[in-house]
Write a protein that binds this ligand. Structure first.
Ligand code: NDP
Length: 290
């Protein structure tokens, strides 16, 4: 028989998780602050309970939290008896909040796993979309419930430090933010050209970003070896010169370069330190204050 799941939080994401567990045949107990959101799920076989305390008290499998933010986790779990429970927190948080929650759970006699969801609700329960969830914290808890946790989305355990799931989640989202900035600038450049097909350009843009994404492996190899010049084909001196062409073109097209200039300044700074022969790994350390 399948592991029973207790789920607190039935927003867009919580509801998608609930459906995936029901579809996979897991007995499911749900609670939501606004009880109406539990009604459709009750019709699909979930057991809806009136309070978080009742949900936690009756849990025989993992207690999964999918609430808005860390503050709402505190509010909801205040007054529940977590002693002996397996808590799986899928609420988006910072690494520090996740570590604090792990201590909080431990103090209450619970085991704790933190998660970071790399998917939108429509990807949940659909493995072909490639969505997955990062987990970190209690590894034994993860292994014990691995099959149940894998029902809504793929699973990736990234370390015993409970903050590491959030760290991975936020690092990927941060990289995505930079990518969106680049895409925004690119469309601003080509946008005013009325004879330029945006759809066709988008295909070229997506292909190029995909091809360039492999640079992450080169940077990792350099960071691990500590040698930032080995195997460099495009060094910072060359890229800094090319940046002037990028900026001149932005000016010609009347496009504000503000999304590009902070990174270009970082590269220029590294070159000015005498490291023009390095690859991008040389700029990473400039961002750390330690
Ligand atoms: P929603 O805004 O749809 O739902 C928020 C949920 O939190 C609701 O169940 C809401 O209850 C509950 N809630 C908020 N504040 C409180 C509170 N003070 N006390 C009790 N319950 C509270 O968000 P999602 O479901 O989309 O997101 C849930 C988590 O999943 C978030 O941490 C989000 O970052 C994460 N996530 C979401 C993704 C997405 O694309 N949606 C992607 C990846 C992660 P009520 O119904 O009563 O308002």
């Amino acid at each position: 028989s399948k592991t029973p799941i207790t789920l607190l939080g039935l927003g867009d994401m919580g509801t998608a998780l609930a459906r995936a567990w029901l579809t996979a045949g897991h007995p499911l107990t749900v609670w939501n602050r606004t009880p109406e959101r539990a009604e459709p799920l009750a019709g699909e076989g979930a057991r809806a309970v009136a309070t978080p305390a009742e949900a936690v008290a009756s849990a025989t499998g993992p207690v999964v939290l999918c609430l808005l933010d860390d503050a709402s986790v505190g509010e909801v779990m205040d007054g529940t008896d977590l002693n002996g429970r397996d808590v799986v927190n899928l609420t988006t948080n910072t690494p520090a909040q996740a570590q604090q929650r792990a201590r909080w759970a431990e103090e209450r006699g619970a085991r704790f796993l933190d998660g970071g969801i790399m998917a939108v609700p429509s990807m949940i329960g659909r493995p072909e979309t490639g969505g997955y969830i990062f987990y970190s914290g209690d590894h034994a808890l993860f292994e014990r419930h691995r099959e149940a946790l894998a029902a809504p989305a793929g699973v990736k355990f990234v370390g015993k430090d409970p903050g590491h799931a959030a760290l991975h989640d936020i690092a990927l989202l941060s990289a995505m933010t930079g990518m969106f900035a680049g895409i925004t600038h690119a469309f601003a450049l080509v946008g005013p050209e009325k004879d330029l097909d945006q759809t066709r350009f988008a295909t070229l843009l997506a292909e190029w970003i995909g091809a360039m994404s492999g640079a992450a492996h080169g940077i990792a190899a350099q960071l691990e070896s500590g040698n930032y010049t080995e195997g460099v084909t495009s060094n910072l001196a060359m890229m800094t010169a090319a940046n002037d062409t990028l900026l001149a073109t932005a000016q010609d097209q009347s496009v504000d370069p503000r999304l590009l200039t902070p990174y270009m300044e970082l590269m220029r700074h590294r070159v000015a330190q005498g490291h023009g022969d390095e690859g991008l790994a040389g700029t990473v350390g400039l961002l750390s204050s330690e």
